[in-house]
Design a protein around this ligand. Structure first.
Ligand code: PLP
Length: 404
Protein backbone atom coordinates (compact mmCIF):
# COMPACT_ATOMS: atom_id res chain seq x y z
CA UNK A 1 0.00 0.00 0.00
CA UNK A 2 2.75 2.40 0.91
CA UNK A 3 4.85 1.54 -2.10
CA UNK A 4 3.85 4.48 -4.26
CA UNK A 5 5.85 4.40 -7.46
CA UNK A 6 5.52 7.32 -9.81
CA UNK A 7 6.79 7.49 -13.33
CA UNK A 8 8.36 10.90 -12.69
CA UNK A 9 11.58 10.88 -10.71
CA UNK A 10 12.67 14.48 -11.28
CA UNK A 11 11.25 16.63 -8.52
CA UNK A 12 9.94 13.60 -6.67
CA UNK A 13 11.00 15.04 -3.32
CA UNK A 14 10.95 18.73 -4.12
CA UNK A 15 7.52 19.84 -2.95
CA UNK A 16 7.89 21.73 0.32
CA UNK A 17 9.84 24.79 1.37
CA UNK A 18 12.60 25.88 -0.97
CA UNK A 19 15.85 26.14 0.90
CA UNK A 20 18.43 28.78 0.10
CA UNK A 21 21.90 27.59 1.08
CA UNK A 22 23.86 30.28 -0.76
CA UNK A 23 26.16 32.59 1.22
CA UNK A 24 23.84 35.57 1.03
CA UNK A 25 21.16 36.57 0.81
CA UNK A 26 20.25 34.08 3.48
CA UNK A 27 17.07 32.66 4.96
CA UNK A 28 14.80 35.38 6.33
CA UNK A 29 12.90 34.40 9.50
CA UNK A 30 9.10 34.48 9.21
CA UNK A 31 9.00 36.95 12.11
CA UNK A 32 11.17 39.37 10.12
CA UNK A 33 9.03 38.97 7.01
CA UNK A 34 5.92 39.61 9.11
CA UNK A 35 7.47 42.70 10.70
CA UNK A 36 7.86 44.21 7.23
CA UNK A 37 4.37 43.26 6.10
CA UNK A 38 2.56 46.46 6.99
CA UNK A 39 1.29 49.60 5.36
CA UNK A 40 3.69 52.49 4.90
CA UNK A 41 3.63 54.98 7.75
CA UNK A 42 4.32 58.68 8.12
CA UNK A 43 8.00 59.45 8.09
CA UNK A 44 7.89 62.54 10.34
CA UNK A 45 5.92 61.38 13.37
CA UNK A 46 5.20 58.13 15.14
CA UNK A 47 7.18 54.99 15.77
CA UNK A 48 9.87 55.21 13.10
CA UNK A 49 12.14 57.34 15.25
CA UNK A 50 12.10 54.66 17.99
CA UNK A 51 12.81 51.95 15.44
CA UNK A 52 15.85 53.89 14.18
CA UNK A 53 17.17 54.48 17.69
CA UNK A 54 16.66 50.86 18.64
CA UNK A 55 18.45 49.59 15.52
CA UNK A 56 21.38 51.95 15.96
CA UNK A 57 21.80 50.90 19.60
CA UNK A 58 21.58 47.20 18.69
CA UNK A 59 24.04 47.60 15.83
CA UNK A 60 26.56 49.14 18.22
CA UNK A 61 26.20 46.01 20.35
CA UNK A 62 26.61 43.77 17.33
CA UNK A 63 29.71 45.67 16.11
CA UNK A 64 30.91 45.80 19.74
CA UNK A 65 31.60 49.51 19.53
CA UNK A 66 30.90 52.67 21.43
CA UNK A 67 31.54 54.59 18.21
CA UNK A 68 28.93 55.74 15.72
CA UNK A 69 26.97 53.60 13.30
CA UNK A 70 25.45 54.89 10.05
CA UNK A 71 22.59 53.27 8.14
CA UNK A 72 22.38 53.24 4.36
CA UNK A 73 19.65 52.19 1.98
CA UNK A 74 22.28 50.39 -0.08
CA UNK A 75 23.94 47.02 -0.52
CA UNK A 76 27.51 46.18 0.46
CA UNK A 77 28.99 47.99 -2.54
CA UNK A 78 27.22 51.11 -1.35
CA UNK A 79 28.64 50.70 2.15
CA UNK A 80 32.15 50.30 0.71
CA UNK A 81 31.77 53.58 -1.10
CA UNK A 82 30.24 55.22 1.97
CA UNK A 83 33.14 54.10 4.15
CA UNK A 84 35.88 55.28 1.78
CA UNK A 85 34.23 58.56 0.87
CA UNK A 86 33.83 59.58 4.51
CA UNK A 87 37.44 59.23 5.58
CA UNK A 88 39.65 59.61 2.49
CA UNK A 89 40.62 62.19 -0.13
CA UNK A 90 41.30 62.04 -3.84
CA UNK A 91 44.78 60.64 -4.49
CA UNK A 92 45.12 58.93 -1.10
CA UNK A 93 46.72 55.53 -1.13
CA UNK A 94 45.00 52.47 0.34
CA UNK A 95 46.66 49.13 1.03
CA UNK A 96 44.36 46.36 -0.13
CA UNK A 97 44.92 42.90 1.34
CA UNK A 98 43.70 40.28 -1.09
CA UNK A 99 42.40 36.92 0.10
CA UNK A 100 39.82 36.13 -2.51
CA UNK A 101 37.45 38.43 -4.29
CA UNK A 102 36.03 41.03 -2.01
CA UNK A 103 38.87 43.18 -0.64
CA UNK A 104 40.12 43.47 -4.22
CA UNK A 105 36.75 44.65 -5.43
CA UNK A 106 36.56 47.14 -2.56
CA UNK A 107 39.96 48.48 -3.66
CA UNK A 108 38.78 48.67 -7.27
CA UNK A 109 35.75 50.63 -6.21
CA UNK A 110 38.11 52.95 -4.30
CA UNK A 111 40.20 53.46 -7.44
CA UNK A 112 37.08 54.59 -9.27
CA UNK A 113 36.49 57.06 -6.44
CA UNK A 114 39.96 58.54 -7.02
CA UNK A 115 42.11 56.56 -4.59
CA UNK A 116 45.35 54.71 -5.39
CA UNK A 117 45.00 51.07 -4.47
CA UNK A 118 48.22 49.24 -3.63
CA UNK A 119 47.30 45.56 -3.62
CA UNK A 120 49.10 43.01 -1.49
CA UNK A 121 48.37 40.06 -3.69
CA UNK A 122 47.08 36.98 -1.98
CA UNK A 123 46.31 33.44 -2.75
CA UNK A 124 42.70 32.32 -3.06
CA UNK A 125 43.45 29.32 -0.87
CA UNK A 126 44.87 31.22 2.09
CA UNK A 127 44.33 34.19 4.37
CA UNK A 128 45.89 37.54 3.47
CA UNK A 129 49.66 37.59 3.26
CA UNK A 130 50.45 39.09 6.67
CA UNK A 131 54.20 39.21 6.02
CA UNK A 132 53.89 41.09 2.74
CA UNK A 133 51.40 43.47 4.36
CA UNK A 134 53.87 44.15 7.18
CA UNK A 135 56.64 44.81 4.65
CA UNK A 136 54.46 47.29 2.76
CA UNK A 137 53.64 49.16 5.97
CA UNK A 138 57.24 49.27 7.17
CA UNK A 139 58.41 50.44 3.72
CA UNK A 140 55.92 53.29 3.77
CA UNK A 141 58.10 55.68 5.80
CA UNK A 142 56.26 58.78 4.62
CA UNK A 143 52.87 57.32 5.56
CA UNK A 144 51.39 57.70 2.12
CA UNK A 145 49.09 54.79 2.90
CA UNK A 146 46.03 56.24 4.58
CA UNK A 147 44.01 53.08 5.10
CA UNK A 148 44.36 49.33 5.11
CA UNK A 149 41.39 47.48 3.58
CA UNK A 150 40.62 43.85 4.32
CA UNK A 151 37.69 41.51 4.77
CA UNK A 152 37.11 39.43 7.87
CA UNK A 153 35.50 36.65 5.83
CA UNK A 154 35.85 36.42 2.07
CA UNK A 155 32.60 34.93 0.84
CA UNK A 156 34.17 33.73 -2.41
CA UNK A 157 37.16 31.85 -1.03
CA UNK A 158 35.64 30.96 2.35
CA UNK A 159 38.63 32.29 4.28
CA UNK A 160 38.60 34.04 7.63
CA UNK A 161 41.31 36.63 8.21
CA UNK A 162 42.77 37.47 11.61
CA UNK A 163 41.67 41.04 12.25
CA UNK A 164 43.56 41.56 15.55
CA UNK A 165 46.71 40.49 13.71
CA UNK A 166 46.13 43.24 11.16
CA UNK A 167 45.89 45.77 14.00
CA UNK A 168 49.15 44.36 15.34
CA UNK A 169 50.85 44.84 11.96
CA UNK A 170 49.91 48.52 11.96
CA UNK A 171 51.01 48.98 15.56
CA UNK A 172 54.30 47.14 15.03
CA UNK A 173 55.07 49.36 12.04
CA UNK A 174 53.97 52.39 14.05
CA UNK A 175 51.79 53.22 11.07
CA UNK A 176 48.85 55.61 11.44
CA UNK A 177 46.72 54.23 8.58
CA UNK A 178 43.08 53.55 9.33
CA UNK A 179 42.15 49.92 9.77
CA UNK A 180 39.03 49.39 7.63
CA UNK A 181 37.33 46.00 7.77
CA UNK A 182 34.54 44.52 5.68
CA UNK A 183 32.62 42.18 7.98
CA UNK A 184 29.71 41.77 5.56
CA UNK A 185 29.98 37.96 5.57
CA UNK A 186 30.86 37.57 9.23
CA UNK A 187 28.98 40.03 11.43
CA UNK A 188 26.63 38.13 13.72
CA UNK A 189 28.28 34.79 12.91
CA UNK A 190 31.63 35.08 14.72
CA UNK A 191 33.26 37.52 17.14
CA UNK A 192 33.94 40.98 15.78
CA UNK A 193 35.19 43.25 18.56
CA UNK A 194 35.50 46.56 16.79
CA UNK A 195 36.74 48.62 19.74
CA UNK A 196 38.82 45.97 21.45
CA UNK A 197 40.53 45.11 18.17
CA UNK A 198 41.17 48.72 17.19
CA UNK A 199 39.17 48.66 13.97
CA UNK A 200 38.59 52.26 12.83
CA UNK A 201 35.90 51.71 10.19
CA UNK A 202 33.75 48.60 9.76
CA UNK A 203 31.32 47.79 6.98
CA UNK A 204 28.43 45.32 7.07
CA UNK A 205 25.29 44.46 5.13
CA UNK A 206 21.84 43.26 6.11
CA UNK A 207 21.54 40.14 3.99
CA UNK A 208 23.86 37.59 5.57
CA UNK A 209 24.39 36.99 9.28
CA UNK A 210 21.82 39.65 10.12
CA UNK A 211 18.96 37.59 8.58
CA UNK A 212 17.48 40.42 6.57
CA UNK A 213 16.71 41.00 2.91
CA UNK A 214 19.42 42.81 0.96
CA UNK A 215 19.08 46.57 0.79
CA UNK A 216 20.47 47.94 4.03
CA UNK A 217 24.09 48.39 4.97
CA UNK A 218 25.95 49.77 7.92
CA UNK A 219 29.19 51.60 8.52
CA UNK A 220 30.60 51.89 12.04
CA UNK A 221 33.42 54.23 12.98
CA UNK A 222 35.42 55.27 16.01
CA UNK A 223 36.90 58.64 17.01
CA UNK A 224 39.90 58.14 14.70
CA UNK A 225 37.58 57.55 11.75
CA UNK A 226 35.55 60.61 12.71
CA UNK A 227 38.78 62.61 12.89
CA UNK A 228 39.79 61.54 9.38
CA UNK A 229 36.29 62.47 8.24
CA UNK A 230 36.92 66.15 9.01
CA UNK A 231 39.47 66.42 6.18
CA UNK A 232 38.09 63.87 3.72
CA UNK A 233 37.37 65.40 0.33
CA UNK A 234 35.63 62.39 -1.19
CA UNK A 235 32.54 63.18 0.87
CA UNK A 236 29.27 63.44 -1.03
CA UNK A 237 25.85 64.40 0.22
CA UNK A 238 24.26 60.96 0.38
CA UNK A 239 27.01 59.13 2.25
CA UNK A 240 28.19 62.04 4.41
CA UNK A 241 28.33 61.33 8.15
CA UNK A 242 28.18 65.01 9.07
CA UNK A 243 24.86 65.42 7.30
CA UNK A 244 23.58 62.21 8.85
CA UNK A 245 24.54 63.48 12.31
CA UNK A 246 22.12 66.40 11.75
CA UNK A 247 19.22 67.16 14.09
CA UNK A 248 16.29 65.89 11.97
CA UNK A 249 15.35 62.22 11.93
CA UNK A 250 15.18 62.04 8.11
CA UNK A 251 18.86 63.10 7.98
CA UNK A 252 19.87 59.72 9.40
CA UNK A 253 18.76 58.35 6.02
CA UNK A 254 19.50 61.42 3.92
CA UNK A 255 15.91 61.25 2.71
CA UNK A 256 12.93 58.96 2.99
CA UNK A 257 13.76 56.10 5.37
CA UNK A 258 13.54 52.55 3.96
CA UNK A 259 10.90 52.05 6.61
CA UNK A 260 9.83 48.50 5.89
CA UNK A 261 13.41 47.32 5.95
CA UNK A 262 13.88 49.17 9.24
CA UNK A 263 10.93 47.37 10.84
CA UNK A 264 12.42 44.10 9.63
CA UNK A 265 15.87 45.06 10.90
CA UNK A 266 14.57 45.85 14.36
CA UNK A 267 12.96 42.42 14.53
CA UNK A 268 16.09 40.66 13.23
CA UNK A 269 18.42 42.47 15.63
CA UNK A 270 16.08 41.80 18.55
CA UNK A 271 16.12 38.11 17.62
CA UNK A 272 19.91 38.05 17.41
CA UNK A 273 20.40 39.83 20.72
CA UNK A 274 17.71 37.73 22.42
CA UNK A 275 19.59 34.63 21.36
CA UNK A 276 22.79 36.33 22.54
CA UNK A 277 25.85 37.00 20.40
CA UNK A 278 27.90 34.29 22.07
CA UNK A 279 25.13 31.73 21.56
CA UNK A 280 24.82 32.76 17.90
CA UNK A 281 28.58 32.43 17.42
CA UNK A 282 28.56 28.98 19.03
CA UNK A 283 25.63 27.91 16.84
CA UNK A 284 27.57 28.97 13.75
CA UNK A 285 30.69 27.20 14.97
CA UNK A 286 28.84 23.94 15.67
CA UNK A 287 27.05 23.96 12.33
CA UNK A 288 30.18 24.91 10.41
CA UNK A 289 32.06 22.08 12.11
CA UNK A 290 29.31 19.71 10.99
CA UNK A 291 29.58 20.94 7.39
CA UNK A 292 33.36 20.62 7.46
CA UNK A 293 33.13 17.07 8.80
CA UNK A 294 30.83 16.16 5.94
CA UNK A 295 33.10 17.72 3.33
CA UNK A 296 36.16 15.97 4.80
CA UNK A 297 34.36 12.63 4.62
CA UNK A 298 33.16 13.11 1.04
CA UNK A 299 36.60 14.30 0.08
CA UNK A 300 38.51 11.42 1.63
CA UNK A 301 38.83 9.70 -1.76
CA UNK A 302 39.66 12.92 -3.61
CA UNK A 303 36.14 13.70 -4.88
CA UNK A 304 36.31 17.18 -3.40
CA UNK A 305 38.48 19.35 -1.18
CA UNK A 306 38.23 22.53 0.86
CA UNK A 307 39.28 25.60 -1.04
CA UNK A 308 40.96 26.95 2.10
CA UNK A 309 44.00 24.86 2.94
CA UNK A 310 44.45 25.58 6.65
CA UNK A 311 41.58 24.25 8.72
CA UNK A 312 41.77 27.14 11.23
CA UNK A 313 41.32 29.67 8.39
CA UNK A 314 37.95 28.27 7.24
CA UNK A 315 35.01 30.55 7.89
CA UNK A 316 32.04 29.64 10.07
CA UNK A 317 29.61 31.30 7.68
CA UNK A 318 30.44 29.75 4.31
CA UNK A 319 32.35 26.72 3.06
CA UNK A 320 33.90 26.83 -0.39
CA UNK A 321 34.49 23.44 -1.95
CA UNK A 322 36.49 22.52 -5.01
CA UNK A 323 35.50 19.43 -6.98
CA UNK A 324 37.93 16.97 -8.53
CA UNK A 325 38.85 17.49 -12.19
CA UNK A 326 36.14 16.28 -14.49
CA UNK A 327 33.27 16.81 -12.04
CA UNK A 328 30.90 19.52 -13.19
CA UNK A 329 29.44 21.49 -10.29
CA UNK A 330 26.33 22.38 -12.29
CA UNK A 331 25.35 18.70 -12.39
CA UNK A 332 25.31 18.53 -8.61
CA UNK A 333 23.77 21.95 -8.07
CA UNK A 334 21.03 21.35 -10.63
CA UNK A 335 20.15 18.01 -9.11
CA UNK A 336 19.84 19.53 -5.64
CA UNK A 337 17.72 22.40 -6.90
CA UNK A 338 15.42 20.48 -9.23
CA UNK A 339 14.88 17.45 -7.06
CA UNK A 340 15.13 18.68 -3.51
CA UNK A 341 14.57 22.46 -3.75
CA UNK A 342 17.95 23.18 -2.21
CA UNK A 343 19.85 26.02 -3.81
CA UNK A 344 23.59 25.78 -3.24
CA UNK A 345 26.05 28.54 -4.10
CA UNK A 346 28.18 28.54 -7.22
CA UNK A 347 31.84 29.38 -6.94
CA UNK A 348 32.80 32.82 -8.22
CA UNK A 349 35.84 34.79 -9.36
CA UNK A 350 38.98 32.68 -9.86
CA UNK A 351 37.04 29.63 -8.66
CA UNK A 352 34.19 30.00 -11.13
CA UNK A 353 33.04 26.61 -12.43
CA UNK A 354 35.35 24.69 -10.11
CA UNK A 355 33.11 23.79 -7.21
CA UNK A 356 30.31 24.99 -5.02
CA UNK A 357 29.65 26.88 -1.80
CA UNK A 358 27.46 26.02 1.14
CA UNK A 359 26.15 29.05 3.01
CA UNK A 360 25.56 28.31 6.69
CA UNK A 361 24.99 31.69 8.23
CA UNK A 362 22.18 33.68 9.74
CA UNK A 363 18.90 31.98 10.50
CA UNK A 364 20.13 28.39 10.32
CA UNK A 365 19.75 25.51 12.72
CA UNK A 366 20.61 21.83 12.81
CA UNK A 367 17.76 20.48 10.65
CA UNK A 368 18.42 23.11 8.01
CA UNK A 369 22.14 22.44 7.75
CA UNK A 370 21.94 18.68 8.23
CA UNK A 371 19.14 18.65 5.68
CA UNK A 372 21.32 20.39 3.12
CA UNK A 373 24.14 17.92 3.76
CA UNK A 374 21.73 15.00 3.38
CA UNK A 375 20.47 16.36 0.08
CA UNK A 376 24.03 16.72 -1.21
CA UNK A 377 24.83 13.16 -0.17
CA UNK A 378 21.64 11.91 -1.85
CA UNK A 379 22.71 13.71 -5.02
CA UNK A 380 26.14 12.10 -4.86
CA UNK A 381 24.45 8.69 -4.71
CA UNK A 382 22.09 9.42 -7.56
CA UNK A 383 24.83 10.85 -9.75
CA UNK A 384 27.18 7.96 -8.98
CA UNK A 385 29.84 10.32 -7.72
CA UNK A 386 31.61 7.83 -5.59
CA UNK A 387 32.67 8.78 -2.12
CA UNK A 388 34.29 6.65 0.52
CA UNK A 389 32.72 7.87 3.73
CA UNK A 390 29.30 9.28 4.52
CA UNK A 391 29.40 13.02 5.09
CA UNK A 392 26.04 12.90 6.84
CA UNK A 393 27.28 10.32 9.33
CA UNK A 394 30.40 12.40 9.93
CA UNK A 395 28.38 15.59 10.42
CA UNK A 396 25.89 14.06 12.84
CA UNK A 397 28.72 12.40 14.72
CA UNK A 398 30.58 15.72 14.95
CA UNK A 399 27.51 17.60 16.15
CA UNK A 400 26.43 14.83 18.50
CA UNK A 401 29.89 14.65 20.07
CA UNK A 402 30.00 18.42 20.55
CA UNK A 403 26.56 18.50 22.14
CA UNK A 404 26.89 15.43 24.36
C1 PLP B 1 32.54 39.99 2.02
C2 PLP B 1 31.66 40.74 1.08
N1 PLP B 1 31.90 42.04 0.87
C3 PLP B 1 31.13 42.75 0.03
C4 PLP B 1 30.10 42.18 -0.67
C5 PLP B 1 29.29 43.01 -1.60
O1 PLP B 1 28.02 43.17 -1.07
P1 PLP B 1 26.77 43.47 -2.02
O2 PLP B 1 26.66 42.32 -2.96
O3 PLP B 1 25.63 43.56 -1.05
O4 PLP B 1 27.02 44.75 -2.71
C6 PLP B 1 29.82 40.83 -0.49
C7 PLP B 1 28.73 40.18 -1.22
O5 PLP B 1 28.54 39.01 -1.21
C8 PLP B 1 30.61 40.10 0.40
O6 PLP B 1 30.39 38.80 0.60
Amino acid sequence: MNDVKGSVSQGAVSQGRDFLAIPGPTVIPDQVLSAMHRPAIDIYTGSLRDVTESCLASLKTVFQTRGDVYLYAANGHGAWEAALSNVLSRGDEVLVLQSGLFATTWGESGSLQGLHAQVVTGNWRQPVNYDKAAEALVADKSHKIKALLAVQVDTASGVVNDVPRLRQLLDDANHPALLMIDCIASLGTMPFLMDAWGVDVAVAGSQKGLMMPPGLSFVATNAKGKGAHQNADLRTHYWDWTFRDGPEHYMKYCGTPPEHLMFGLKCALDMLLDEGLDAAFRRHQLLADAVRSAVSAWGSNGLMRFNIEQSEARANSVTTIELAEGRTPDTLLNWCEKNASVKLGITIGDLHGKGFRIGHMGYVNAPMVLGVLSVIETALYVLDWEFEASGVAAATNELGTALK
